[in-house]
Design a binder for this molecule. Structure first.
Ligand SMILES: [Zn+2]
Length: 336
């Protein structure tokens, strides 16, 4: 999630066993060329991948095998100006990585590195490689330039082409125990009281949702949702605006709103729970009491499907517009 500065966080203790193996491999100079960091969302895979990249580039690693943060290579990496790091990411959030991007990426990896630590390629999210892009990457993964390492990050290792997967060493991170999550969130300035079991399994997502930036985004999205339902804004213009928002955060929010609206619509219709009893703001809780749960349940399934479509070539704005139109229909059926 992009709204939290992860460089300022304590290293998550649930990464420690995997890091011990990685630090050993780095110290022995036996790191695989292709490293695939995988595991469920919200557990800090990018922090782990960053830690690998930092350690591979640093000239003066500490006793734990971590980057020193002070040498010339570390300073350039922290400033975002390290000349040997190449990133391969979708041109727009939620879109697929294209084959011509992979060609340019592979060419950059073959340039002579500025430092003798070699070049680093970073691919994120790896499941967003289009099939032709993934095919184009195979040769580089198979015969990488000397001293080059390619770090791939994915939430969904099963969505990767088996030929890509088999050319990488898998680094599978697991979620924290509730105690680890609680302690880590507290150490990083968040009060974990009241978090449910799901949130404790995804502490990075919980931290991102706790941030100021995220609250402001969600307030705006919530307002849009109730404005559309109450005909204060048309679905087309709302969809146009929402389509420009970060798709991963938006789909996560939609999913949470769908569950909460459904729960609220199933609860006694004359008892809106508002802020205290549910995660919904009061204006949405009132709207939910006017929903027909039986019409609304298929809509929730549509939200799950939309998360998949966000990562496909589908027109994301049209997907959102049809979701919003369908949501209004859930309301009308009840009042008729
Ligand atoms: Zn360093």
């Amino acid at each position: 999630m992009s709204t939290v500065d992860t460089t300022a966080l304590d290293m998550p203790p649930w990464h420690t066993p995997a890091w011990a193996h990685m630090a050993h491999a780095i110290a022995a100079d036996r790191v695989a060329h292709g490293l695939l960091v995988c595991g469920p969302p919200g557990i800090g895979k990018r922090v782990f991948a960053d830690r690998i990249v930092a350690a591979l580039l640093c000239r003066e690693r500490d006793a734990q095998g971590d980057a020193c943060g002070r040498c010339a290579a570390c300073r350039q990496r922290i400033a975002g100006t390290h000349p040997d790091i190449s990133r391969l990411v979708p041109e727009e959030p939620g879109k697929l990585i294209k084959v011509d991007q992979v060609r340019a990426f592979s060419q950059r990896l073959h340039l002579t590195p500025q430092y003798d630590s070699g070049r680093i390629g970073w691919i994120d999210p790896a499941e967003d490689l289009s099939p032709s892009a993934a095919n184009s990457l195979l040769k580089t993964l198979e015969e990488p330039p000397p001293a080059c390492h390619i770090v791939l990050v994915t939430d969904r290792v099963s969505a990767l082409m088996p030929t890509v997967r088999s050319r990488c060493q898998l680094w599978r991170l697991t979620p924290p125990t509730p105690t680890q999550a609680t302690e880590w969130l507290t150490a990083n300035g968040m009060d974990p009281a009241g978090l449910d079991a799901d949130s404790l399994r995804t502490p990075f997502a919980a931290l991102a949702r706790d941030s100021q930036d995220y609250s402001a985004l969600v307030d705006g999205w919530d307002r849009t949702l109730s404005d559309v339902i109450r005909n204060r804004e048309d679905a087309a213009s709302a969809a146009e605006r929402l389509a420009r928002e970060p798709a991963d955060l938006l789909t996560d929010w939609l999913y949470r709103r769908a569950s909460a609206l459904l729960a609220q619509s199933l609860a006694a219709a004359d008892e809106p729970q508002g802020e205290a009893g549910s995660v919904l703001p009061a204006h949405l809780a009132r709207v939910a009491t006017r929903m027909d749960p039986y019409a609304f349940e298929p809509w929730c399934a549509g939200v799950v499907e939309s998360a998949r479509l966000a990562r496909s070539n589908a027109d994301w704005q049209l997907v959102l517009e049809s979701l919003l139109l369908d949501l209004k229909r859930c309301l009308k059926r009840k009042s008729s």
